[in-house]
Structure formats: C-alpha cells, structure tokens
Write a protein that binds this ligand. Structure first.
Ligand code: ADP
Ligand code: ASP
Ligand code: MG
Length: 412
C-alpha cells in the first residue's frame, strides 16, 4: 500500500463529465489498496474569469481581497470531486487550504508555503477516506486566505506530498508528460520519459508552465518522486508519463539539450544615459526590488563619456508600474537621460545538463537565429541554459527552428 498525492489541473476538472472521470480514476487507484490525497485546481478558465471580474470592479484590486475571491474556484471543485467520489461508494472529504492548514506567509497573490499541518488529513486517511484538497490556496498566521501564484496547485500537491512523505506525487494534466517544448507550438515535440530536476527547474523557470517552478523546487528539496501524466488517457491505456529524476538516477548518456522553453510574459526596460559610477545598479534596482517587482535579465553596457545604459526585464504584468517608477523616481534621482520600454518581447531558452560538457551550444543557437534574421536583444547563460530575448513576433519561429536544429524532434 502506498500513499499517493494526485493533482488534477483545470482542464482535467473542466466539466461535470471530466470531474466524474477524475473520480473514477481516483477510485481505481483506491481499489488497488492505496491511500489517496487529491489536490485540485479550479475548473479551466475560472481563475481567469474571477480575476477579470475583480479588475472590472476595481482596476487595481486590493491583493488581500483578490485572494479571498480567486481562491473560490478551488473551493467549488473540491466539493464537486468529493461528491463524485462518494457517488462511487467511497468515503471522501474535501478540505480548503485553511482547513488543512496550509500555512503560508502573507504575500497575497504569491504567497509561499511555510508549513503544512498533516494531522486532520492523516486522521481521515486512517478512516479510509479519499482526501480532496483545494490547490493554490493557504492561510497566513493571522488567518487570512492567501494564494500561491498562477499554476500554484502544482506546488500545493508537491508540498503536501513532502509533508506526508508520500510515495509519489502525480500531476495529471492535459498532456501526457513533459515534452521537448510546448506541443501546442511545435507539434513535432517529443514526450520525455525522464527529465532531471535541474532541467525541469530551468524549464519551469523559463516559462514551461506544465509545472509551477516552486513545485519543482519543493520536489528537489524534499526528494519527492514527481511524475507528470495525462488525465485524458482511457482506462487500461495509461502511459507512465514523465518522471522528474535526480540526475544520479540516470545512467544513460544525456542529450545535450533536453528542451526549449519560452516566455511571452516579459517586458524590457532601459534607463539611458546613466552616470557610470559605483552604486548605480543598486540605485536603480533597489527601489524596484522594494516595490516587489521581480527582475530577471540585467545588462549594463560598457560606458562612454562617463555614462552608460542599463537594461533589465520584468514580468509583463509589472511593466507599467516599473516604467512609471523609473520615470518618476529613479530617472531624476540618478540623473539619467531617458527611460525606454518594450513590452512586446519574449524570452526563448535552450536547456540541458549536457551543455556542461559540450561547448558550442550558444554559438549554434545564435547562428540558427541569425539565419532566420531574428535579432537578439539580450543574452543570459548559466551552466545548463542559454536564454535570448527577441521580438515577440519571432517567438514561434525561434522555438521551431531551435527545436529542429537541436534535433529534438528525433528519437533520443
Ligand atoms: P493544468 O491546468 O493541468 O495545470 P497547464 O495548462 O498549467 O495545465 O499545463 C499544461 C500545459 O503546459 C500543456 O497543455 C502545454 O501546452 C503546456 N506546456 C508548456 N511547455 C510544455 C512542455 N515542455 N511539455 C508539456 N507541456 C508544456
Ligand atoms: N487555478 C489556479 C490558476 O489557474 C491554480 C492552478 O490551476 O494551478 O492559476
Ligand atoms: Mg498548471
């Protein structure tokens, strides 16, 4: 008998039929003698609908109130799934994040999980019930409802698996595993049977939203056995999805590149004519960080005549706020000449642990993009990834040509 945490995403919970089908899958696992904790997302589109509604009423909604509201999508689906499981003759009980007690910090809309109280869940598991837990939500030390950022149900599931020392965490979604790139953009993308934690961490942080990055971090930290699978496969036809593994587990030779990730949610800001003196980066980025705006790539150009240009990227949703801050506060403060912004950019990245031992990946990537006439605006690299910022209109072309050039469409 194993303790298994399963997570079903929005599409998997998207209609009454889909919910009944999830209930049947849960019942099959239960019939094999396993204990099951099931984490669910809101029905697909629901979180978007709630956010749009909030913004319709209040253009910049208060973050605490937004969390009270957008957490309701998951409160609906836990109850529906528990009902459907009970209709199959099993015991089932739903829990909100607060009822479990998924304790988080108080950073509304992007809270971090601090601790999970497993007492109630263990008691009900001992009573042979299937536990259905609302993903994406928690509660802070003062009892306020919090949410974990978009895609956060993945993190709820892995954190619960870690807290319960579950035997496996299964993420059921609308694709049958992790692919070499998003199969919606490149139909030739191939499913990977395995991917290393390091690579998955990079892919997730660089925009592959099949797993929320924090879920991968949790899995790595607490050694949770994590698998991505399809909730759409028929009984008896199921495949084993993609296993996220520790590199040491793999004795096969690594491909140089595991996958291509991309992110459209990017925007670039440039402060022009900044005095080139110590402390400038801090004077620009310090206030940006204090305003809770995450900065990604940073470039400072070589100075000329005592001044330099300073560029960085932020999430597109923070573009307007960051630009205003630069113009109103930072430009006059540091004595810069001008501020420019571009929110029609994207980031495309190649990821692979094999890069460590194979030089020349970057130059190949730059050559492929050059051959297509795609101008690279920014570059950043780490040991196992190379990212470039390009005009958004080239996103699909760039992903396709890189996928092909690195032969990711060919069987490994
Ligand atoms: P869920 O609602 O189940 O959480 P998501 O939409 O968050 O599902 O994540 C699944 C989607 O992630 C897929 O439909 C796919 O379009 C996208 N995706 C992006 N990159 C990848 C990748 N490398 N492998 C598989 N899916 C990917
Ligand atoms: N419902 C939330 C979202 O759409 C959380 C999730 O699905 O993981 O972002
Ligand atoms: Mg998701």
């Amino acid at each position: 008998m194993a303790l298994i945490v399963q997570k079903y995403g929005g599409t998997s919970m998207g209609s009454p039929d889909r919910i009944r089908s999830v209930a049947k899958r849960v019942a099959r696992w239960k019939a094999q003698g396993h204990q099951l904790v099931v984490v669910v997302s809101a029905m697909s589109g629901e979180t978007n609908r709630l956010i749009a509604l909030a913004k319709d009423v209040s253009p910049q909604p208060d973050a605490r109130e937004l969390d009270v509201m957008i957490s309701t999508g998951e409160q609906v689906t836990i109850a529906l799934l528990a009902m459907a499981i009970r209709d199959l003759g099993l015991k089932a009980k739903s829990y909100t994040g607060g009822q479990v007690k998924v304790l988080t910090d108080n950073t509304f809309t992007k809270a971090r999980i601090l601790e999970i109280d497993d007492a109630n869940i263990r008691r009900d598991l001992d009573d042979d019930a299937v536990i259905v837990v609302a993903g994406f939500q928690g509660v802070d030390a003062d009892g306020n409802i919090t949410t974990l950022g978009r895609g956060g149900s993945d993190t709820s599931a892995v954190a619960l698996a870690a807290a319960l020392t579950a035997d496996e965490c299964q993420i059921y979604t609308d694709v049958d595993g992790v692919y070499t790139t998003d199969p919606r953009i490149v139909p030739e993308a191939r499913k990977l049977d395995r991917i290393t934690f390091e690579e998955m961490l990079e892919m997730a942080s660089l925009g592959s939203k099949v797993l929320q990055i924090r879920s991968v971090e949790f899995a790595g930290k607490y050694k949770v056995k994590l698998r991505v699978l399809s909730s759409f496969e028929e009984e008896g036809q199921e495949t084993s999805g993609t296993l996220i593994t520790l590199e040491e587990d793999m004795n096969m030779e690594q491909p140089i590149i595991a996958g291509i990730a991309f992110n459209r949610d990017e925007a670039k800001l440039t402060v022009l004519g900044v005095p080139d003196r110590p402390g400038i980066a801090y004077q620009i980025l310090g206030p940006v960080a204090d305003a809770n705006i995450d900065v990604d790539m940073i470039i400072q150009n070589v100075g000329h005549d005592g001044t330099t240009d300073f560029s960085f990227t932020v999430n597109r949703s923070e573009f307007a706020r960051a630009k205003k801050m630069l113009e109103d506060q930072i430009k006059p403060h540091v004595g810069a000449r001008a501020v420019e912004g571009d929110n029609k950019i994207c980031k495309v990245s190649a990821v692979g642990v094999g890069m460590r031992s194979h030089p020349g990946v970057a130059s190949k990537m730059f050559r492929i993009l050059a051959e297509e006439g795609i101008n690279i605006q920014m570059i950043s690299t780490s040991e196992i990834k190379i990212s470039v910022v390009v005009d958004e209109k080239y996103l699909e072309l760039a992903v396709r040509v890189l996928h092909k050039a690195f032969e990711l469409d060919q069987p490994a």
